[in-house]
Design a protein around this ligand. Structure first.
Ligand SMILES: Cc1ncc(COP(=O)(O)O)c(C=O)c1O
Length: 404
């Protein structure tokens, strides 16, 4: 990193950006690096917050098999929450013993491929919230003479009736919310040939995935958690009366691991984003965000005083199109995106704070807004510890896999 003419220092001495730049000097950018010290501290923190409740790692928030393996190797981690049935089949074939698909599927070819594979059928649990999905799974199971395990996705949003106003606070996922609705679904699913109802999942996005940005958000979180402490148990009891004992009640996400794990009804918590700590996970009260995943981009031109342009950068996260979804320059300090161009398709101009000077060839480190998505843009990720690359491992994309 070079600085000219009395410029501010290039960043905090010994800072993470400096160490990443030293480790990756000579490697072409764009590139993605994972700071192993931060990653391991994040994993320790998630396990500490789970306080003995088993943890399931959300693969969508990782998308690197070698990193999933690091998590799975830790005592207290029970398996993977996959996001696609093809991914689940792939992970199961690679030896992951317990893969819960966190989302329903309508992909009959994928269901058939899972049912056709004895080991995969034993390792994978499918998610359903509608008989229409379960019918497809049942058909695949019956075609291969197997039993497939299914989990019921229960709506974990907060529903409030304010006079004539019906409020839905949370994501739009499962249609089943009340104990009676879930028990009725469980009964219908259990009657289908070749299916076994293994458990329930409640993903409280309005708690786990929302920073504590205001008193109103914190109030919604408090109300949601109080609702779920009662409702999870009532739903579980109603379903058990309908179909017999359940093995699994999954809940939570990075932002709620501690609170969700504290409910005795919950048998396991899910988390993934807290391993990389992208920018959308700044601002939670329950944990300290320790950024671990960084994208390195090189300055390729200097459009004029106060600006430097890096090659790459347009790795915009999913969700509502908003500035919060843009990648953010993290190092050196004093850089920001421009309002007009944001993060560009091929190149990204940066506005430099007064006194900050960058030269062609300088490396800048960005953080992504979300965790796993950025890995789709790179074939491999450098695992870095204190200024040295320990290992370079393929992402899902680097292994030729892309699941949507
Ligand atoms: C079903 C489900 N469980 C858990 C999570 C939590 O994952 P993370 O810790 O990466 O936020 C998510 C995230 O969207 C999810 O969809």
């Amino acid at each position: 990193m070079s600085a000219h003419g009395g410029a501010a220092p290039a960043g905090p001495p010994g800072g993470v950006g400096e160490a990443l730049s030293a480790a990756t000097a000579g490697l072409p950018a764009p590139l993605v690096a994972l700071d192993l010290d931060a990653f391991e501290a994040n994993l320790d923190d998630l396990l500490r917050r789970a306080a003995g409740t088993p943890l399931r790692v959300a693969s969508k928030s990782v998308r690197v098999r070698a990193v999933l393996d690091l998590v799975l190797a830790r005592p207290g981690v029970v398996g993977v929450m996959a996001y696609s049935p093809w991914e689940a089949l792939w992970l199961a074939s690679a030896g992951v013993a317990d893969v819960l698909v966190g989302y329903p599927t309508a992909d009959e070819a994928a269901l058939d491929a899972i049912a056709a594979d004895k080991a995969a059928a034993a390792a994978v649990t499918l998610m359903v919230d509608d008989v229409a999905q379960a019918v497809r799974a049942s058909r695949a199971a019956a075609a291969h003479g197997r039993t497939l395990r299914v989990c019921l996705d229960v709506d974990a949003s907060l529903r409030l009736a304010l006079g004539p106003l019906a409020l839905h606070l949370g994501v739009r996922r499962s249609p089943v919310h009340t104990p009676a609705e879930v028990a009725a679904l469980a009964g219908s699913v259990a009657q289908l040939p070749g299916l076994h109802v293994r458990g329930l999942m409640f993903y409280e996005a309005q708690v786990a995935g929302l920073p504590d940005s205001s008193a109103a958000v914190r109030a919604v979180k408090r109300l949601s958690l109080a609702d779920l402490d009662v409702r999870r148990r009532a739903v579980r009891d109603a379903v058990q009366r309908e179909v017999g004992p359940l093995e699994l009640v999954n809940g939570g996400g990075t932002g709620s691991v501690d609170r969700t794990a504290a409910d005795p009804t919950v048998t396991e918590v899910t988390a993934g984003s807290g391993l990389y700590c992208p920018t959308l996970f700044d601002g939670y009260r329950a944990f300290r965000s320790r950024p671990a995943a960084f994208v390195g981009l090189d300055v390729v031109r200097l459009p004029g005083p106060g600006y430097a342009t890096v090659f790459g950068g347009g790795y915009v996260a999913s969700g509502p199109a908003a500035p919060s979804r843009l990648p953010r320059p993290a190092w050196p300090a004093g850089l920001r995106l421009t309002g007009r161009e944001g993060a560009g398709e091929v190149q990204t101009p940066l506005r430099l704070a007064p006194g900050r000077v960058l030269a062609v060839g300088d490396r800048v480190w960005f953080r992504h807004a979300k965790a796993g998505e950025v890995m789709e843009r790179f074939a491999d990720v450098h695992l870095v510890r204190r200024g040295r690359i320990e290992r370079t491992v393929p992402t899902y994309r680097g292994e030729g896999r892309s699941f949507g």
